[in-house]
Design a protein around this ligand. Structure first.
Ligand code: IPM
Ligand code: MN
Length: 370
């Protein structure tokens, strides 16, 4: 039998709940490797506040080198409250995340919003509005106001950030979104603020141009303020959504409430080289180290890693199904505790992680049980 191909995965645990949730993402990948006879090798590296503490830099050169040498990256979260209220901080954990996205050219941030049937009661929206919602966000990730020119006046009394987009930046994300829509319900909503912003008018004109190459896909333009409203009024109308960097950041946090919790949302950041996978949630310092975090978003990100970087659809599906079944059996983490269907089975991070792995294990090895 030929030796399985070695696939290297960088684990960037980061800050707050990052280490707790990436632990379970990694355990899931290890079990998949065992079940399918794949060979995954893990390389840990520093990012965020953890990296600042150790080296003074939120993205040390060593981390970047590691990330350029692997086949995929699984990231936890970055951020620390120490910096949030300090306008004078020179280095910030978030800079590490922004820099790695930019340096690796990860311009397309995929954020799927799916509803687990078992969680229809966990959302703040009515079941009738939610049922059947399936949205795939394509958030532009390496441009816009996040990366524009910014400055503060010398007297410290004014500051500015600029939002700029080029044809090339919009074109490449739009193309990815239209390609994805072809394999789905063939609807694209492009979100902008073209009634006010020049960068949005360029965004809209560019998307129109690309749309002409995809006559089978229906394109709708929507202003971002309207989208914020439509998303909770009638989420089912959306299939694929393309947004700029900041609009996408805000709208996907809003959309997380459709699925019941931010603790459930995975993401994939793709470009030309290596893919990076991370939960949409942040470092949640208030619950860090308390065995309360929901590891599902990270485990679902690990499933996206299998799917998008390794083309392991069956493996990805098995992991996703294991999570769905645990939810169906009534197990919940604290963030999902207001759900009437929980039957009081509220678990800590470790417990729910173990339940998911046991479920995965039973699926992987059931055929050998006589
Ligand atoms: C996200 C986060 C980041 C962002 C922060 C941590 C810089 O909120 O991935 O959505 O704004 O992109
Ligand atoms: Mn965000």
């Amino acid at each position: 039998m030929s030796e399985p191909q070695i696939r290297r995965i960088a684990i960037l645990a980061g800050d707050g709940i990052g280490p707790e949730v990436t632990y379970w993402g990694k355990e899931a990948l290890k079990m998949i490797a065992q079940g399918f006879n794949h060979q995954f090798v893990f390389e840990e590296a520093l990012i965020g506040h953890a990296a600042i503490e150790a080296t003074g830099d939120p993205l040390p050169e060593e981390t970047l080198t590691t990330c350029k040498g692997v086949h995929a990256i699984l990231l936890g979260a970055v951020g620390h409250p120490k910096y949030d209220n300090d306008p004078h901080a020179i280095v910030r954990p978030e800079q590490g995340l922004l820099k790695i996205r930019k340096q690796l050219g990860l311009f397309a941030n995929l954020r799927p919003i799916k509803i687990f049937d078992a969680l229809l009661g966990a959302s703040s929206l009515k079941e009738s509005i939610l049922k059947g919602t399936d949205i795939l966000f394509y958030r532009e990730l390496t441009g816009g106001i996040y990366f524009g020119t910014r400055a503060k006046s010398e007297d410290g009394l004014s500051a500015y950030d600029t939002m700029s987009y080029s044809f090339m930046e919009v074109e490449r994300i739009a193309r990815k979104a239209f390609e994805a829509a072809k394999g789905r319900r063939k609807i694209v909503h492009s979100i902008d603020k073209a009634n006010v912003l020049d960068s949005s008018r360029l965004w809209r004109a560019t998307v129109n141009k690309i749309a002409a190459e995809y006559p089978e896909v229906a394109l709708h333009h929507m202003f971002v303020d309207n989208m914020a409203m439509q998303l909770i009024r009638d989420p089912k109308q959306f299939d694929v959504v393309i947004t700029g960097n900041m609009f996408g950041d805000i709208l996907t946090d809003e959309a997380s409430q459709i699925s019941g919790s931010l603790g459930l949302l995975p993401s994939a950041s793709l470009g030309k080289l290596v893919g990076l996978y991370e939960p949409v949630h942040g470092s949640a310092p208030d619950i860090a180290g308390k065995n309360m975090a929901n590891p599902m978003a990270t485990m679902l990100s690990a499933a996206m890693l299998l799917r998008h970087s390794f083309e392991m659809e069956e493996e990805a599906k098995l992991l996703e199904d294991s999570i769905a079944q645990i939810l169906e059996e009534g197990y919940r983490t604290k963030d999902l505790a207001n759900d009437q269907t929980a039957h009081g089975m509220i678990c800590g991070t470790d417990q729910i992680g173990k339940h998911i792995l046991e479920k995965l294990e039973s699926k992987l090895f059931q055929s050998v049980v006589i």
